[in-house]
Design a protein around this ligand. Structure first.
Ligand SMILES: [Fe+2]
Ligand SMILES: [Fe+2]
Length: 331
């Protein structure tokens, strides 16, 4: 964690090597003929201008994180940083720059491990454990976002989404005994596993080259098949069906699935995936605009969303709104 976030900066604070990402830069000439440097610095809480009137340092790159030293001042009625020193940061925590899931990723991992213990088939259980107990994989799985923009687009978003899909699927699994629970658990946990490699997340969420070229559906199917091949006597029919869940989980050719869900388990995981993504997407659109009732959705959604205030009202507020309504009726 950083010592200071941008939203906490106040006049007079002295910054000593605090990491910020350079969002914009411009080099100019100050009145005394020296070159001046103006930067827009950012972190997950916002952005701030930073200036140095007599800059003689090296090239500054946008998108790079620097350890910034300087004093927070008021200039032209705005808060900004009078720069002293800038050094490229050798390491930093992506959680300082990208918003983070409100849920505890480690606790969610624990719950996924518990679900894995319920799996009956030894091959499927071993396959799941080969992911969830692999420290190198888990380190990425705990941090990865589930998307760049639309849903769970924050640090820890992938494990949160995976946990949601697993929980929603299990409700269906309990209702419908004809659904194979082992495949349901494995399909839910592994359906988006390719996102660990599809997305990068240092100061912002981006697609990796591998992600752009192959996509998480294909990457996921490959990774799962590679690991399953190393497990003795892995049931080939289960592997085929598990691959099918991963390949079909988007539910449609137009959304990137090469095959449509053709098993009960694949259809269930697809529906759970859709519900988890859509609820998160609606929530993200609605949460930042507490005063509005009708809110424009994102471009792909193609509809407005209605924000009901009923649930959040206190008893006093409900009474007040009822009084206002009656008064309006009388007028
Ligand atoms: Fe997906
Ligand atoms: Fe998903």
């Amino acid at each position: 964690m950083k010592r200071y976030y941008i939203s906490q900066l106040k006049e007079g604070i002295q910054l000593d090597g605090v990491p910020f990402v350079v969002l914009k830069k411009s080099l100019g000439m100050s009145k005394n003929g020296k070159s001046s440097l103006t930067l827009t610095l950012g972190d997950k809480t916002g952005s701030i201008l930073a200036r140095r009137w007599d800059y003689e340092g090296g090239e500054v790159s946008t998108g790079t994180v620097y350890e910034v030293s300087g004093r927070v001042i008021i200039y032209n009625n705005n808060i900004e940083i009078a720069l002293d020193r800038l050094t490229p940061a050798s390491h930093f925590d992506p959680r300082d720059f990208i918003p983070q899931s409100p849920r505890d990723s480690l606790a969610l991992l624990g719950e996924l491990k518990k679900k894995t213990d319920e799996v009956q088939d030894p091959g499927i259980k071993e396959l799941l454990k080969s992911f969830l107990y692999d420290e190198k994989f888990v380190n990425k799985f705990l941090l990865a976002p589930a998307g760049k923009v639309i849903h769970h687009a924050y640090i820890g978003g992938l494990i949160e989404h995976t946990w949601e899909v697993c929980r929603i699927s299990m409700v269906a699994g309990e209702m419908y005994p004809e659904i194979n629970k082992d495949l349901l658990i494995a399909g839910s946990i592994l359906h988006d596993i390719g996102k660990v490699e599809e997305l990068t997340y240092s100061t912002q969420i981006e697609y990796s080259t591998k992600g752009r070229l192959l996509g998480h559906i294909f990457i996921g199917a490959i990774v799962v098949n590679e690991r399953a091949r190393n497990i003795n006597n892995f049931n080939p029919s289960y592997l085929q069906q598990l691959s099918h869940i991963i390949l079909s989980h988007h539910g449609d050719y137009s959304t990137g699935s090469p095959v449509l869900p053709m098993t009960l388990e694949a259809e269930t995981v697809h529906r759970a995936d859709y519900l988890s993504a859509q609820v998160n997407r609606f929530y993200n659109i609605l949460k930042d605009k507490p005063e509005e009732r009708w809110i424009k959705g994102d471009n792909l959604l193609g509809r407005q969303l209605y924000k009901s205030k009923v649930k959040n009202l206190t008893v006093e507020e409900i009474l007040m709104s009822e009084i206002e309504r009656l008064e309006e009726e009388e007028q």
